[in-house]
Design a protein around this ligand. Structure first.
Ligand SMILES: NC(=O)c1ccc[n+]([C@@H]2O[C@H](COP(=O)([O-])OP(=O)(O)OC[C@H]3O[C@@H](n4cnc5c(N)ncnc54)[C@H](O)[C@@H]3O)[C@@H](O)[C@H]2O)c1
Length: 323
């Protein structure tokens, strides 16, 4: 039997999920809502789904089994709670929000409802990331270096700190999540942000153009993350883990993995489509009624958000903050 799916928010990322779902036989997109009617109509045309008048109308358990919430993080309201209390399985994009209290409240409701839930930390589904995780099991890095340099999201909301949380909360969250996935939990973060170039060029918005974050992990590993969303001539998204007898390097947003130790110096590049794997895993998990294969649960994603929000807060308070 085909699983009936609703979409709330059908912008950039939703279109990738829609393309993935079209390739999955057991899934059918039946309802769509977007505040931008044109976006909703386009997505409806390509899927045969019905455009609804409100997000609440999408969340009708007699019409859908699962919902994809792909609105930006400032525009989630109580959608996750509504879905959970109505018994609708939930896929929601990262980052989970901008306020930990709201996210913790939603987490409790989702767990109590017992629905299947998955969050868009898609890079976890790469075979390269899985191989790095397997290799690092039982090994401890003493140093982690991560960075993400590149451009900005074109949408206006992304450039407002109170709507997106900035580059770290919105995009570098993938690297923070990868560090957590591979090396355990963060203990303390201290961050500095600037907007020298944005100011010089009188760019609209309130987000930072550069950030530098230092951190320690619960197991004693220390590290740093540097990031810029205004780097026109150089893009990169890497995580490097240094151990006494190994070096693990995930580059190219996790698609390329190099492992160096006394027995090997191997590089592999993934050909996987992580958005598809993530969608397929979510649909299969619902069919089998088990959360087991989902690689990023709501609770897990909440811990990643907590790290990035603590970094933002640390820069305002000019002090290190513990998680
Ligand atoms: N997992 C990933 O790799 C990944 C990649 C890109 C974006 N994202 C996340 O996905 C979310 C959306 O990003 P995007 O790039 O698709 O943004 P976008 O601006 O391209 O699209 C957002 C869509 O949501 C709609 N929208 C806004 N407010 C709404 C509301 N209240 N109700 C219904 N629809 C509303 C907009 O009209 C637009 O169509 C963000 O949280 C972003 O961080 C995740």
């Amino acid at each position: 039997m085909s699983l009936k799916i609703g979409f709330i928010g059908v912008g950039g990322i939703a279109s990738l999920h829609i393309e993935s779902l079209k390739k999955i036989e057991d899934a059918e997109i039946v309802s769509i809502f977007d505040v931008n009617r044109e976006n909703a109509s386009k997505a409806a045309e390509s899927t045969g789904a019905q455009v609804m008048d409100s997000a609440e109308d999408v969340l009708d358990p007699s019409r859908i089994d699962a919902v994809f919430i792909c609105t930006p993080q400032f525009a989630r309201g109580n959608l996750e709670e509504l879905a959970a209390t109505r018994g609708i399985h939930l896929f929601v994009e990262k980052p989970l929000g901008l306020n930990m209290e709201d996210v913790r409240r939603k987490e409790r409701i989702i767990l109590d409802a017992g629905i299947i839930h998955s969050v868009g930390y898609c890079l976890r589904y790469l075979d390269t990331v899985q191989q790095a995780k397997a290799y690092l099991h039982g090994r401890q890095a003493h140093l982690i270096q991560a960075y993400r340099f590149g451009g900005s999201h074109p949408a206006q909301w992304w450039h407002q700190l109170d709507m997106s949380g900035g580059h770290l909360v919105d995009a570098v969250t993938h690297q923070v999540d990868m560090i957590r996935y591979l090396a355990g939990e963060f203990h303390e973060v201290e961050a500095k942000f600037g907007r020298v170039s944005f100011d010089a060029q009188q760019k609209q918005g309130t987000i930072y153009d550069a950030g530098s974050i230092t951190f320690s992990m619960e197991q004693g590993t220390i590290g740093s993350i540097t990031e810029s969303c205004f780097s026109v001539h150089h893009s990169a998204s890497d995580v490097k883990l240094f151990g006494p007898d190994f070096f693990v390097h995930l580059s190219n947003n996790g698609f390329t993995l190099t492992i160096v130790d006394e027995n090997q110096n191997e590089t592999m590049t993934s050909t996987m489509e992580p958005y598809f794997e993530q969608c397929k895993t979510f649909i299969d998990a619902i069919a089998r009624n088990t959360q087991e294969s989902i690689l990023s649960s709501y609770s897990d994603a909440a811990r990643t958000l907590a790290v990035t929000l603590a970094a933002n807060q640390s820069s305002l308070e000019h002090t290190a903050l513990q998680l």
